[in-house]
Design a protein around this ligand. Sequence first.
Ligand code: HEC
Length: 265
Amino acid sequence: MPSAVAADTPDPVADAKAFRNYFVTKFPNVPLDDFANGPYSLNEDMRRQWEEKEQFPPYEFSLEMGKEMFAKPFKNGKSYGDCFPNQGIGIRQNYPYFDPGEGKVITLELALNRCRGANGEPPLSYVEDEMAALTAYMAFTSRGKPFDIKIPDDPRALEAYQNGKRYFYTRRGQLNFSCATCHVQNPGERMRAEILAPALGILNAMPIYRSEWGGMGTISRRMITCNSQIRGVPLEPQADEYRDLEYYLSYVSNGLPIAGPGARP
Ligand code: HEC
């Protein structure tokens, strides 16, 4: 493991700085904000494909659907906007956050389902189109805003961060890989037809359309897919470990702009 990202540093501010420096040093030609564009930032050919794609983005359909869903009132007359600060517009960069009342990390996907529950609606699947559409729309209203994840002065918040970090660097599955094996040690390398995204900014463009999926994937879906790729046993979507992992990964990308929804080949 590169020393810049040693797993036992107890200081998130220093962590985030070392994390950013590691990638900036490894890819000196990539402007910092560009890491938000994942594998496209690292590969000229892919960047060209992406720029072409952005003219007719394949997530457009999902974005429209999310916008409609978001505006449509629930049976009780309330809507998603009523559950969020600023009616849910332009707030993606503040998720996930640590909730001191509950002592846990709250992701955007979780907050959306809780909003539904509080209004008498059944939960959405964390890995299917509707959740992807809602988060696509919310990300879109935050495009360009830098990730602004806070770790409040609460030992449980620091612990959640540390747990997320530990999860990220722990090897598992039959292949005995950690998330970092692919996304810290080998970004820019090819894995089958794909170019591995750098861990810096890796959540900024979520949710993401993938041709391979023939549709959109939420953060939950992506984490589960990556766990399966190493022939590990994925956790339930929104398990505490995944929430902490998302907290860690978002925090170390603080300052990089939200770029979602994204599209990948
Ligand atoms: C065996 C290598 C491998 C491991 C280990 C792995 N991933 Fe991935 N991951 C991939 C591949 C391949 C893709 C699709 C190409 C890409 O975008 O990087 C991907 C994509 C992603 C993306 C979307 C990035 C983007 O811009 O498209 C996220 C987020 C992600 N992985 C998170 C994780 C997390 C969190 C873990 C640990 C639980 C993990 N990955 C472990 C191979 C891996």
